[in-house]
Design a binder for this molecule. Structure first.
Ligand code: ASP
Length: 323
């Protein structure tokens, strides 16, 4: 029997991190170990698949740029189009993992799995979490019926839309908000608790290829409502030609009145304004008469991607829940 083929794409991150002092988990350089090496010594039972690897980038994910997202998307699509490839696994830094996952979920239509994974400790740690996470990601990619963009970390599987880094230190650094994770890995098996995430239907949604490789994205910034907010940041951004603003409001998208005044001025000059929340959970559920659209369950960093894509003419999948 021919084993399925899984392609592991390397993007860098702590999972590929190296410390000059082996065992030092705090001071290290992300994005050093080649992805081919990461697949060499995995824990657990042998992976029942033929593994191929490709190094797409080797960066600390805090520095990721839209041009790299497009390149990653192109490599994902290229591999998924091959009939003998069952799925793609991506090793990535934790800092912007949810943004990359969300971008892919909004721009890749597939009935195969795209599984992102990561680590909180570098590869040189005396107890690295990366090998286990990568092994689990392969388990998920090989699960019958697997599809859509998901994230694997610390034995849990999250959908791209919901996943959020919520802890700066712990190995289980990710949560999925109100709904909780999609499921868990137990003894090299994925026990799924909900449906696989849906992938976008591109048939009725215009041509995404029109915006592929647009490296100069519309300028969309995130501003936060907080005590003493006076809206000067908004005025300055408008003066510098910002195209869109995502507001991390307080609670259920409420805004300091001075910030709201500045946002009215921004709207009047043609800037798109979306309201999200600085709360980690619950999303926003705005009244029908709300001045600006709410982003529903999309957190500010994901809503920022959705708004940039929408301003480029691509709104099929990523439009937030309105109000
Ligand atoms: N700064 C690292 C990165 O995002 C953090 C990590 O991977 O945990 O690449």
């Amino acid at each position: 029997m021919t084993l399925p083929k899984i392609v592991v794409l390397g993007m860098g991150g702590t999972i590929a991190g190296v410390s000059p002092r082996p065992g030092d988990d705090r001071h290290y350089l992300a994005g050093q170990v080649p992805v081919a090496q990461l697949t060499e010594s995995l824990p657990g039972a042998p992976v029942p698949a033929r593994l191929m690897t490709e190094q797409v980038a080797q960066i600390d994910s805090k520095d990721i740029e839209p041009a790299l997202w497009w390149r990653l998307r192109a490599r994902v699509l290229d591999w998924l189009a091959k009939p003998d490839v069952a799925g793609v696994v991506i090793t990535h830094g934790t800092d912007t993992l949810e943004e990359t996952a969300y971008f892919l979920s909004a721009t890749v239509s597939t009935d195969k799995p795209v599984v992102l994974t990561c680590a909180m400790r570098p590869a040189t740690s005396t107890a690295p979490d990366g090998p286990r996470n990568l092994r689990d990601a392969l388990t998920v990619a090989l699960t019958p019926g697997a599809r859509g963009v998901v994230v694997v970390c610390a034995g849990e599987v999250h959908s791209a839309r919901e996943v959020q880094k919520h802890h700066t230190q712990r190995l289980d650094a990710f949560v999925s908000g109100n709904r909780g994770p999609l499921g868990a890995i137990v003894s090299d098996r994925f026990e799924i608790a909900r449906d696989w995430p849906t992938t976008p239907d591109f048939s009725s949604s215009g041509d995404i290829e029109n915006i592929v490789n647009v490296s100069m994205w519309p300028r969309v910034d995130i501003v936060t409502s907080h005590a003493g907010a006076d809206g000067r940041v908004v005025d300055a951004l408008v003066a510098h030609g910002v195209d869109g603003l995502v507001v991390a409001g307080t609670g259920n998208g409420t805004l300091h009145s001075a910030l709201a005044d500045a946002l009215w001025r921004a709207s009047a000059s043609g800037v798109a304004v979306w309201i999200s929340t600085r709360c980690a959970q619950g999303g926003v559920n705005l009244h029908d008469d709300s001045a600006w659209p709410g982003t529903g369950d999309l957190n500010p960093v994901k809503a920022r991607i959705a708004l940039a894509l929408e301003l480029m003419g691509w709104s099929a999948h990523c439009a937030p829940f309105w109000r």
